[in-house]
Design a protein around this ligand. Structure first.
Ligand code: ZN
Length: 225
């Protein structure tokens, strides 16, 4: 995180070297000061909720990168003079953020399973995902949906990375969804006790729908590029 390193200043003295976190009075790093600076460092007012979702920090940062459209999808790599093929690893179209997370056949199928299991319509685009998509939804429900969406996008990103970097071409839709529901169950421990049950119930429904849709005989339907 270049931001972190930019914010840390090493002060030469006779004392042994030490680092100071400039965002707190006592010079000691706190997650709160880090969040506050990140939030205040750009026009993030409509996406403040990213930082409040009960998921691990690395997922919040991942979601913030998606929101800012700077995550290293192939279109962004090409802007950095990367010389690779821009093709999506799941289909024949170019890999851009909007495509990878919403419009790719893989993403559409995953969103479809969520629609059937939880009656949640997908957002029309990335801007609305972080904007007005959940406007009008009761706050407690929106909070749970946001956890699910973090997981969905993280699952797609992991699946994409497994295909590209680990040459893992035998993934099935069921594996991706079960990976996602395992994360939701683990991360549900970050939410208050009385809010965990609906998350677990949502996972069960999602898995049930996925089994019906993707199970063929004893094998799951494979994701092919
Ligand atoms: Zn695609």
């Amino acid at each position: 995180m270049h931001l972190v390193w930019r914010l840390i200043e090493v002060r030469p003295s006779d004392m042994p070297d030490s680092t100071q976190w400039k965002l707190t009075k006592n010079g000691i790093f706190t997650m709160k000061s880090f969040y506050t600076d990140l939030i205040n460092s750009g026009p993030l007012s409509r996406s403040l909720h990213i930082w409040k979702v009960k998921v691990p920090l690395r997922i919040k940062i991942f979601m913030w990168f998606v929101h800012k459209q700077v995550i290293l999808t192939k279109d962004n790599l090409l802007k950095r003079r990367w010389a690779g093929n821009s093709r999506c690893c799941f289909c024949a179209q170019d890999e851009i953020i909007q495509h990878l997370f919403l419009e790719c056949p893989l993403a559409k199928l995953l969103w479809r399973t969520i629609h059937i299991a939880c009656n949640i319509n997908p957002p029309v685009d990335i801007a609305s995902l972080f904007g007005m998509w959940l406007a009008g939804v009761e706050q407690i429900t929106a909070t749970r949906i946001q956890i699910g969406i973090c997981v969905l996008l993280w699952a797609i990103w992991n699946c994409r990375n497994d295909m590209i970097f680990n040459r893992q071409h035998n993934l099935t839709f069921l594996q991706v969804i079960f990976r996602a529901t395992a994360w939701i169950r683990t991360w549900s421990l970050l939410t208050p006790m009385d809010s965990r049950e609906p998350l677990v119930t949502g996972c069960n429904q999602w898995e049930m729908v996925a089994r019906v849709i993707f199970t063929t005989g004893s094998d799951g339907v494979r994701i092919t590029g």
